[in-house]
Write a protein that binds this ligand. Sequence first.
Ligand SMILES: [Zn+2]
Length: 109
Amino acid sequence: MKKDIGLGLKPPEGKCEDPKCPWHGKMPVRGRVFEGVVRSAKNHNTVRVEWGFHDFIQKYQRYEKKKSKVSAHNPPCIRAREGERVVIAECRSLSKTKHFVVVHKKGEK
Ligand SMILES: [Zn+2]
């Protein structure tokens, strides 16, 4: 039986031996969850994920368009590539700049 990581998402098709995989390893996810687009997948098992949001500015009573970008761990069973929509979840720090992990792939954009 596949385990449920608690986000109501479908487990990936593939399998892996990665201890840092939230589905097959021993890595719990907690905290914030975002949906974004993979902007760079050059590093081994790491992707840069970017997503946009609107931030309300009190002074002007308007929304400002902003975007955010983080590094996320890309487990071998998900293998997200550049341009794909993914769901990332916050986890413990995996390295100096990595504290997110890709938990789901939404297919090509
Ligand atoms: Zn896995």
